[in-house]
Design a protein around this ligand. Structure first.
Ligand code: ADP
Ligand code: MG
Length: 480
């Protein structure tokens, strides 16, 4: 039997407001437990929620960026359930009328082709508190600081058919919310969380299989692993005569497995109803147009501009527009070396990314030890023939180690390329005189020996002789 996978993602992006969605309490991360939840967040009697206008603007920004229909009237609803970290007994969310309706997002697949992933909806809601299971032996602590923190829940269509595609989509959303400056994207702190709905079905079958929802995934690497584990589990289960049950499963990264957490509630278990304390949110076309006009250049536009204007390859354009940080680095470097887009792309995606990956602590482009202007300075010296590409690697390493700008390093280490033809000729003469055997071989037609001579001269010049000149002068001398 051939199986096919179906995946839909629910992403919770914490909106980067200073205060909560319905109260003035702070949303800052890391405060002492229970110091940032006010009476409104706890739903104490006699208080009323007041909507934070900023969250509406942020949600619309997102909606416009994925070409979605924006709800001109959206409604907050109570989602009722009991849990210790939800003292109100309900979460304020949106149900029938979300702020963002159907939209779409293109992802680039490994073979370079583009696939459109549908976004079903994105709605506003408040976060719950947190249960702390590991701080008091035998007891559970409750920290309500997070209660009332604004979230945008982004629900995809079940359009992805592999873990790779799901990760590509999640990364795209992750990059987009950061470009839009509506979410800091910090997965460790839980500002960006993915739940994956996974099902399998025999190839060719129309209707969807029963899905499991995977929670507790806090990195893209784990997202891919959790989905792949779950696909295998479901296929094995069905092939052994079992049946997948609709449930929520927790991913355990240490054991690399998913475990059943609870059977899945149906929407009607939540007894959704419009929150009587909050008015419907009305948005006009003018509001939407104003927000659209304020958007920064988005990843997809950047990608296309990099290809059309900067003549970058599809692959490099995709990578350099893939996150706000890398595009900022690239564009800052480009400002300092405007006609060197291709060389910059190669250095950023090659040597710089390589060095960053090798470094011991996790490193972002914002704190790379080589500033974009410094990298531009190095590339300018290659372009004007002051150094060869090979020597440039040495300069790069010195810059990485904090030894200064390219010019200073080239000067202090004496790395300037030798382009004086007199000097190069003198070296050639010496090498020719010392190797009469090889000279004879070359004259007898063995072209390959040329490489030997070039090597000798580069060695003698410590890599500094201009390779083009060496080749040309060497040929002339050997033939004469
Ligand atoms: P719920 O509100 O119970 O979480 P939804 O119908 O809103 O359920 O769907 C949640 C997510 O699950 C969506 O991203 C959707 O695309 C995805 N999904 C729904 N059915 C399936 C299925 N059979 N297989 C995989 N994903 C699915
Ligand atoms: Mg759900």
């Amino acid at each position: 039997m051939q199986w096919e996978t179906v995946i839909g993602l629910e992403i919770h992006a914490q909106l980067a407001t200073k205060s909560k969605i319905f109260s003035a309490a702070s949303t800052a991360f890391g405060a002492e437990p229970n110091t940032q939840a006010c009476a409104v967040d706890l739903g104490l009697p006699g208080v009323l929620p007041v909507l934070n206008a900023e969250v509406v603007r942020m949600a619309i920004k997102f909606g416009v960026a994925i070409n979605a229909e924006i709800g001109h009237e959206s409604v907050f609803a109570r989602k009722n359930y009991f849990y210790p970290d939800l003292p109100k007994g309900y979460q304020i969310s949106q149900f029938e009328l979300p702020i963002v309706g159907k939209g779409e997002l293109p992802i680039t697949l490994e073979d370079g082709s583009v696939k459109l992933i549908g976004v079903t909806r994105a709605h506003l809601e408040e976060d719950a508190g947190k249960s702390l299971h590991d701080q008091f032996p035998g007891q559970t602590g409750i920290d309500l600081n997070r209660a009332g923190t604004p979230l945008l829940e982004i629900v995809s269509e079940p359009d992805m058919s592999s873990a790779r595609e799901a990760v590509a989509y999640a990364r795209k959303i992750h990059a987009l919310v950061q470009y839009l400056e509506i979410c800091d994207g910090n997965m460790q702190e839980g500002s960006f969380r993915c739940d994956a709905n996974v099902s399998v079905r025999p190839v060719g079958q129309k209707e969807l299989g029963t899905r499991a929802e995977l929670k507790n995934i806090n990195s893209f690497r784990f997202l891919e692993r959790a989905i792949n584990y779950e696909i295998e589990r479901q296929i094995e289960l069905i092939e052994d005569g079992g049946e997948v049950v609709q449930e929520t499963r927790l991913y355990d990264a240490d054991k690399h497995e998913t475990r059943s957490m609870r059977s899945k509630e149906e929407a009607n278990d939540y007894r959704y109803f419009p929150d009587p304390d909050l008015l419907p949110v009305r948005v006009t076309d003018d509001d939407i147009d104003a927000i659209r006009a304020s958007l920064p250049e988005l990843p997809e536009q950047k990608r296309q501009r990099y290809i059309a204007e900067l003549k970058l390859s599809e692959y490099n354009a995709e990578l350099l527009s893939g996150s706000r940080e890398i595009s900022q680095y690239f564009e800052a470097a480009l400002e300092a070396a405007s006609n060197q887009a291709a060389a910059l792309a190669n250095w950023i995606l090659g040597d710089l990314t390589g060095a960053m990956n090798k470094s011991e602590q996790e490193m972002s482009f914002a704190d790379a030890p080589i500033a974009p202007q410094q990298l531009a300075g190095l590339i300018a010296r290659i372009a004007d023939n002051t150094i060869s590409g090979k020597i440039a690697k040495e300069v790069f390493e010195a810059m990485w180690n904090g030894e200064g700008d390219a010019d200073a390093i080239i000067e202090s280490k004496g790395l300037k390329q030798i382009t004086d033809s007199g000097e190069i000729e003198a070296m050639i003469d010496e090498v020719i005189a010392a190797n009469p055997g090889q000279v004879e071989q070359f004259r007898a037609g063995k072209e390959k020996v040329l490489g030997f001579f070039v090597g000798q001269i580069m060695k003698q010049s410590k890599g500094k002789a201009n390779p083009g000149q060496v080749n040309q002068l060497l040929r002339e001398k050997l033939k004469s």
